[in-house]
Design a protein around this ligand. Sequence first.
Ligand SMILES: [Zn+2]
Length: 322
Amino acid sequence: MQIKRPSPKRRRRRVLLAAACLGLLVAGAAAALWLYDRPDPPGQAAPEAEDISPEGGSSADQDPSPTPEPVPEPASEPVSSAPPETDGFARLYYYEADKAQRYAEYARLHPELNEGEVVWRVNAGLDGRHYVDYEPARNTGSAHYIVSKYRRLPDDFVPEGLVDVGGYPMTAETAGAYYAFQAAGRAAGYRFSAVSGYRSIDSQRRLYEGYLQKDSAEVVDTYSARPGFSEHHTGRAVDLAGSSGGLLDFENTPECAYVHENAHLYGFILRYPQGWEWATGYQYEPWHITYVGVEIATDMFERGIPTLEEYTVKFIEHRPEH
Ligand SMILES: [Zn+2]
């Protein structure tokens, strides 16, 4: 049997075909390289490994507790088809879908935080800039709204029903709770009194601008609120002095410990606790208490949630399902 060899014409066609295939391969490789090098399109999070929170539980083979820090939320979740960076966030009851991108960005900047921490902090506005990325204060008619460097009161806001307490105005509820607390303290041998209460936006402006005469804005902002952002504007904040000295001496009086241990029984919280400056935006103020009502103050105390920022997100603006 004779093997038929291809004619020269046919051989030339095969060479041409091979060259064309090689060309396509080279072009394909070049295109792949170009795609690889291309920056991510703006406003779209790339599903890179670093965008996935360590406690994400986004895939079945992931260790549900890879870090030594305990994760308060259950970590075993069914695998879903959602993008990995939102998978862990969306299972939280205080998740807000319109903030998905902010959660992803905050998690990227704070890889040490679990999803629960990321979501409440972003909801409280902590991913924003003080006095720049703020919103209007919400539910200002209630007894437990939040005013902070992220939540501003309107310029013309005046709380309803202010009453005078030794020269310091407070809302009627705050004054009633203050008198009850003060009487209980006296009965137990502790004497403390209000040295500041409600401040109008103008008095807060004068105070803040007065501090600017001696300190830079950066320093003043750690201890005094800018007008419109002060808790004293709500009529629910009270600064205390103890049995000796003024407000700045309060911590060194026996009244300080008594107030901190019992304030919740009368509906007050310590609004700017020590160690939580990053959340409240202010340095520790052992003398500043805020009326939020007995139910909330006691719940915060018993749950061990020290800031109104965190509590507002988890138990006022959202509520856990029972
Ligand atoms: Zn104060």
